[in-house]
Design a binder for this molecule. Structure first.
Ligand code: GDP
Ligand code: MN
Length: 380
C-alpha cells in the first residue's frame, strides 16, 4: 500500500525526521489560508500516488498566499499518470543548498534491506540509475542490528558531507531505518533530502510503501488508505479476501486457485478469447465469496460473458453452486454464464444448478470454448 507524501511525512515526523511544516488542502481557498498560516513563500504539491510530480507540473513555488491560491488552481485540474489531483500539500519553501537521494528498501538478491544513497538527488534520479549507476551507493543493512550509526556516517562522509551536516544526515538515515522497520515498510524514500542554504538537513519529499502482508498489525496505517482511485470492484475484492486483477479482455473468469486461474487465462487465449480479469475465490468453501465474485465481475461493463472454472477439492462444488443461485437472486447478471465444475460434491452441485435450469460441463476445454462463443454473441 502506497502512502501519500503528507502521510509519509507524518511517519517521518513521528520518527524524528526533520520536515518542513505543511498543511493538506482540497480547494484553492484552503491553499490560501494554509499559506497565510505557514507564512512566507510556500510550495504547493499535488498529492497523488505517483512519482515525477514535479516534472508533471504538480509541484509549484509561490512567493506568497495569493500566488499559492492561483498556482494551486491548475494543479487541482491536473491528472498525473492518470490520477486526478484531489489534494495538495502546502509546505514552507526552503532554499536548497544540495539535494541527496536516500531510500531504504528490500534487496531480494541479497535478502536484506539496503540503504541506497546518491549525491545526485532530485527529480532526475531515475536517469542517474540508468546512465551512471555507480553514483548510487548501496549499503546492506543487517535486519537484526539495523542501520548502524557508523555505517550511516561513513556513507555520508563518502558522499562529501562534512561536520555538523554529516552528523545530522547520518542521524536522519538511522531514523529512516526505524521508520522503515517499525512500520513494516517495503520502501522508505527521501528525494530530495536537502541541506538548506542555512545548513539545516530536511526531508523535502517522502515516499513510503507499506508491506500489504503486515497491514493487519498496523491499524493506524490501514486507516491512511486512500481508496479514491480504486474501483468499486477492487475495494470489494480486498474486503472479501479475493485476488482480483482486471485485464483488457471481455471474458470474466471466476476460478479457485491461482494455478487454475493462470491455466484458465492460457486456455481462453489459446481458443482465441481475451480474459477480462483474473479472479480467484481461493481455496475456501463459502457461497458468499461466489456472490462477491459475481458482484465484482458484473460491475465491470466490459465483461460480455462469465466463466466459472472450479476444480473442487477443499472448495466444494455444491457451495459454489449455492453461491451462484444466491447471486442470481440478488444481482442482475446481464451476460451469459458458463459453468465448468468437477471434483468434490459435483453431483450435488449439478442438482442444485438444475433447480434453475442451469447446467455445468466437466470439461475445461468445452467450458472455455462455450464462453468464448457466448462473448462473441453466440449461444447462451
Ligand atoms: P516529485 O517530483 O514527485 O519527486 O516531487 P518533489 O517533492 O521531490 O518535488 C520536486 C522538486 O521540487 C524537488 O526535487 C525540488 O527540487 C523542488 N522543491 C520541492 N520543494 C522545494 C522547496 O521547498 N524549495 C525549492 N527551492 N525547491 C523545492
Ligand atoms: Mn521527489
Amino acid at each position: 500500500m502506497n502512502l501519500h507524501e503528507y502521510q509519509a511525512k507524518e511517519l517521518f515526523q513521528r520518527g524524528g525526521i526533520a520536515i518542513a511544516p505543511g498543511i493538506v488542502c482540497v480547494t484553492p481557498a484552503e491553499v490560501r489560508a494554509a499559506a497565510e498560516k505557514i507564512g512566507g513563500a510556500v510550495m504547493v504539491k499535488a498529492q497523488v500516488h505517483s512519482g515525477g510530480r514535479g516534472k508533471a507540473g504538480g509541484v509549484k513555488f509561490a512567493p506568497d498566499a495569493a500566488a499559492a491560491e492561483e498556482k494551486s488552481r491548475p494543479i487541482f485540474k491536473l491528472s498525473i499518470q492518470g490520477l486526478p489531483v484531489r489534494k495538495v500539500l502546502v509546505t514552507q519553501a526552503v532554499d536548497i543548498g544540495s539535494e541527496t537521494y536516500a531510500a531504504i528498501l528490500v534487496d531480494r538478491a541479497i535478502r536484506k534491506p539496503i540503504l541506497m544513497i546518491s549525491a545526485a538527488g532530485g527529480v532526475d534520479i531515475e536517469d542517474t540509475a540508468h546512465t551512471n549507476p555507480d553514483a548510487i551507493k548501496k549499503i546492506p543493512i543487517d535486519p537484526v542490528l539495523g542501520l548502524m550509526p557508523y555505517q550511516a556516517r561513513a556513507v555520508v562522509v563518502d558522499l562529501g558531507m562534512k561536520g555538523k551536516q554529516a552528523l545530522a544526515m547520518g542521524d536522519m538515515l538511522v531514523k529512516l531505518w526505524w521508520v522503515f522497520k517499525e512500520n513494516d515498510a517495503s520502501l522508505a524514500e527521501i528525494n530530495p533530502l536537502v541541506v538548506t542554504k542555512q545548513g539545516d538537513v530536511l526531508a523535502l519529499d517522502a515516499k513510503v510503501s507499506i508491506d500489504d502482508s503486515a497491514l493487519f498489525r498496523h491499524e493506524d496505517l490501514e486507516a491512511m488508505r486512500d481508496t479514491a482511485d480504486e474501483t468499486a470492484g477492487s475495494i470489494l475484492a480486498r474486503e472479501r479476501g479475493l485476488s482480483y486483477v482486471p485485464l483488457e479482455g471481455d471474458i470474466g473468469c471466476i476460478v479457485n486457485g491461482a494455478g487454475l486461474a493462470m491455466t484458465t487465462m492460457d486456455l481462453v487465449k489459446h481458443y482465441g478469447g481475451e480474459p477480462a480479469n483474473f479472479l480467484d475465490i481461493g481455496g475456501s468453501s463459502n457461497p458468499e465469496k461466489v456472490v462477491a465474485a459475481l458482484q465484482i465481475i458484473t460491475g465491470d461493463s466490459t465483461v460480455k460473458a462469465i466463466l466459472f472454472n472450479i476444480f473442487g477439492g477443499i472448495t466444494r462444488c455444491d457451495d459454489v453452486a449455492r453461491g451462484i443461485l444466491t447471486a442470481l437472486d440478488r444481482l442482475k447478471i446481464g451476460v451469459p454464464l458458463v459453468i465448468r465444475l468437477t471434483g468434490t460434491n459435483e453431483e450435488l452441485a449439478r442438482e442444485i444448478l438444475a433447480e434453475r435450469g442451469l447446467t455445468a460441463t466437466t470439461s475445461m476445454d468445452e467450458g472455455v470454448k462455450a464462453v468464448i462463443a457466448a462473448a462473441k454473441g453466440g449461444s447462451r
